[in-house]
Each structure stands twice: as structure tokens, then as C-alpha cells.
Design a protein around this ligand. Structure first.
Ligand code: ADP
Ligand code: ASP
Ligand code: MG
Length: 419
């Protein structure tokens, strides 16, 4: 008998029928003797609808009130799932985030979980009740409702698993595991049986939305055993088979496996590039450009500065697309004239494509394969950044699919051909 946390995403609870299927699956685990805590997202499309509604009323919605609105989607699904469980004879109770004291900081729309009060849930679980907890939401110290950022139910689930000291956290979703890249973009993508925590962290941070990055950070910090698997299989399939399916996030490399150079490819359209041209090349320039950007609470990702010609240089960096307009305003109003730069040019038609793999530590020439592949496709690289286990390139966004699929092929990540 173990304590297990299940998490079901939007598609997995997208209709009354799917919710009934989730209930059957949860019942199967409970009847096998496990204590089950379930975290659910809002029904698919619901959070977008709620945010859209808020924007219709206030163009730039007040962040506190936006969280009041956006968090309601999950309240619906916890109630419905508890009903579906009761309907098949399983004791269940639904809880909102604040009801189980998911305490967060006060950063509305992107709050971080600080603590969860596990006592009440343990009492229910010990009494044989399935607890159904709303993902994506919590409350701050003043009792304000907060949300955890898009995709935040993953983080709710892992944080709950850590607080409850659960044996495993199972993330049920609309794909049957973590793939070498998003299977919606590359049909030949292959499911990974395991992926190391470090690689998953890079994949998530570089745009693979299968897990929210903070959930992976939590799993690392609290050593939560984490598995991604399908919610769309037969809910009555044998439990042992289900428990071993999907992708396990591991903390150690498998020494018996020959390490592939690259494990996966991530991509994102969430960034925009900004270039200041004809910047005087003298000490303190990067600080004078990026200081005001940091003061405006804008995160910078990649940075590139060209060699200076005649004492002038170009300085480019990327920011999240949602902060692009704000960053342009800061540069135009506070930086350009102050440092005597020529021009501020923005480009939101970019994407970032990254190859990730701990095998990079022992394989040489990965960067050159990546650059050669992109060049053979006629794709110009605008910016490059590297770490020990990843290489990222900024390219024009119209080439995103082509870049991802050609790199997938170049690194031999395709599905093994059927026998
Ligand atoms: P949920 O609603 O269950 O949280 P998400 O839509 O947030 O589901 O995440 C699952 C989706 O992540 C998949 O449908 C897939 O398109 C996308 N995805 C992106 N990268 C990957 C990857 N490397 N492996 C699997 N899925 C991926
Ligand atoms: N419902 C929230 C969202 O759409 C949280 C989640 O699905 O994880 O972002
Ligand atoms: Mg998700």
C-alpha cells in the first residue's frame, strides 16, 4: 500500500465522460489498496476562456482579480470529479487550494508555493477517502487567491506529493510520456522510457510544455518520483502495466544504457529579440542597457554583442514575448538617448530551438552537427547560447518546424522502424 498523487490535465478532464473515466482509474488504484490524492486542472480551453473574459472587461486585467477569475476553472473540475467518484461508490472529497492551505507568495498570476498543510489531507486519506485538490491555485498570507502560472497544476501535484511524502507522482496527460520532441510537431518523435531530471529541467525551461518547469524544480528539490503517462488508455487496464508505462524522470543516469548524444529537442515561440544599434563600445554599456530592463522586472534570456567597428557595436538580447512591448518602451524612453545609441529595433518573429542531452558531456561535435543541419536547410542562426547539456539557436519563426524536424533526423532521434 502506497500513497500516490495523480494529476490530470485539461484534456484528461475535458468532458463529463473523461471525468468519469478518471474516476474509474482512480477507483482502480484505491481498490488496489493505495491512498490516492488527485490534482486536477480546469477542463481544456476553460482557463483561456476565463482569461479572455477578463480581458473583455479590462484590457490589462488587474492581476489580483484575474487570479480570482482564472482559478475558478479548477473549482469546477474538483467538484465534478468528486461527484463522479461518489457515483461509483468511492469516498471522495474535493478541496480548493486555499481550503488545504496551499500557501504561496503574492506574485499574482505567477505565484510560488511556499507550504501546503498536509494534515487535513492525511486525515482523509487515512480514513480511506480520495482527496481531489484543485491545481493551479493557492492563497497568500493575506488570504488572497493566487495562481501559479500557466501549466501550474503540474507544480501543484508535485508540491502536494512532496508535502504528503507520496511514493510517486503520476502526471496523466494527453500523450503517453515525454517524447524526443513534441509529437504534434514531429510525427516520428519517440517516447523516452526514462529521462534524467537534469534533462527534463532543461527541456521544460526551453519550452517543452509537457511539464511546467517549476514542477520539475520541485521534484528535484524534494526528490519526488515523477512519471508522465497517458490518461487516454483504458481506465481498467491492469494496474501493474499502467504503473510501469510512460516516462520516468530519473535522478541517475542508467549506466547500462549507451548514452545518446542528444535526448531531446525543445522549442519555443515565447521570445522576442531586441537590438540596439550603434551603441558606443565602452565599459558599463551592458549595465546601462540591461539595468533599466531589470528594474522593470523583465527577465532577459540570450544576449549577444558584436565586435565593435569604429567604436560602435550592436547589442541584442531576447525577452519573453509577453514583456516585449514593455522592454521596447524602457529602451526607447530610458536608455537610447541616455547612452547615445543609434536605433532600437525589435523582432517578435523569432523562435528558439534547443538540443538537450547529458550525452553532450562525452560527445564532441554536437554544435557543429546542429549548425551544419540548419545551414543545409538554409536557416540563418541569429543567436546562439550553450550550457553543459544544451545548445540553443534563435532562428526566424517560420523555420521552426523545419529546424526541429531536420535536427530530430540529424541526431537520429526518430522512431525505430517497425519490424
Ligand atoms: P495537460 O493539459 O495534461 O497538462 P499539456 O498540454 O500541458 O497537457 O502538455 C501535454 C502536451 O505537451 C502534449 O500534448 C504535447 O503536445 C506537448 N509536448 C511538448 N513537448 C513534448 C515532449 N517532448 N513530449 C511530450 N509532449 C510534449
Ligand atoms: N488550467 C491552468 C492552465 O490552463 C493550469 C493547468 O492546466 O495546469 O494553465
Ligand atoms: Mg500542462
Amino acid at each position: 500500500m502506497a500513497l500516490i498523487v495523480h494529476k490530470y490535465g485539461g484534456t484528461s478532464v475535458g468532458s463529463p465522460e473523461r471525468i468519469r473515466n478518471v474516476a474509474r482509474r482512480v477507483a482502480k488504484w484505491q481498490r488496489a489498496g493505495h491512498k490516492v490524492a488527485v490534482v486536477v486542472s480546469a477542463m481544456s480551453g476553460e482557463t483561456n476562456r476565463l482569461i479572455g473574459l477578463a480581458r473583455e472587461v479590462q484590457a490589462e486585467p488587474d492581476a489580483r482579480e484575474l487570479d480570482v477569475v482564472a482559478s475558478t476553472g479548477e473549482q469546477v473540475t474538483v467538484g465534478l470529479l468528486a461527484m463522479a467518484l461518489k457515483a461509483i461508490g468511492v469516498n471522495a472529497r474535493s478541496y480548493t487550494g486555499p481550503q488545504v492551505r496551499v500557501l504561496t507568495d503574492s506574485a499574482f498570476t505567477k505565484a510560488r508555493i511556499l507550504t501546503i498543510d498536509a494534515e487535513r489531507l492525511h486525515a482523509d486519506l487515512d480514513a480511506g477517502t480520495v482527496v481531489v485538490v484543485a491545481g493551479f491555485q493557492g492563497e497568500d498570507r493575506d488570504g488572497n487567491i493566487t495562481t501559479l502560472g500557466r501549466g501550474g497544476s503540474d507544480t501543484s501535484a508535485v508540491a502536494l506529493a512532496a508535502a504528503l511524502k507520496a511514493e510517486e507522482c503520476l502526471i496523466y496527460t494527453d500523450v503517453d510520456g515525454v517524447y524526443t520532441t513534441d509529437p504534434r510537431i514531429v510525427a516520428e518523435a519517440r517516447r523516452l522510457h526514462t529521462i534524467t531530471f537534469e534533462e527534463m529541467l532543461e527541456m521544460a525551461s526551453l519550452g517543452s510544455k509537457v511539464l511546467q518547469i517549476r514542477s520539475v524544480e520541485f521534484a528535484g528539490k524534494y526528490r519526488v518520483r515523477l512519471r508522465v503517462l497517458s490518461s487516454l488508455t483504458d481506465p481498467d487496464m491492469p494496474l501493474e502495466e499502467e504503473a510501469a508505462s510512460g516516462t520516468l524522470i530519473t535522478f541517475e543516469e542508467d549506466p547500462t544504457m549507451e548514452q545518446a548524444a542528444i535526448s531531446g529537442i525543445a522549442f519555443t515561440r515565447d521570445e522576442a529579440k531586441i537590438t540596439l544599434s550603434a551603441v558606443p563600445d565602452r565599459p558599463g554599456m551592458a549595465y546601462q542597457i540591461l539595468g533599466p530592463i531589470a528594474d522593470a522586472n523583465i527577465d532577459v534570456d540570450m544576449i549577444i554583442q558584436n565586435n565593435s567597428v569604429g567604436g560602435l557595436t550592436d547589442f541584442s538580447f531576447t525577452v519573453n514575448r509577453s514583456e516585449y512591448a514593455k522592454a521596447m518602451d524602457v529602451l526607447n524612453e530610458k536608455v537610447k538617448a541616455h547612452i547615445g545609441a543609434g536605433n532600437v529595433v525589435g523582432d517578435a518573429r523569432i523562435c528558439k530551438v534547443s538540443v538537450v542531452g547529458i550525452g553532450m558531456r562525452s560527445h564532441v561535435g554536437i554544435a557543429s552537427i546542429m549548425f551544419r543541419t540548419l545551414s543545409e536547410e538554409g536557416i540563418n542562426i541569429q543567436m546562439i547560447s550553450t550550457s553543459e547539456i544544451k545548445i540553443s539557436c534563435i532562428v526566424e519563426d517560420k523555420y521552426m518546424e523545419l529546424a526541429v524536424s531536420s535536427l530530430h533526423k540529424a541526431f537520429g532521434l526518430e522512431q525505430a522502424p517497425a519490424k
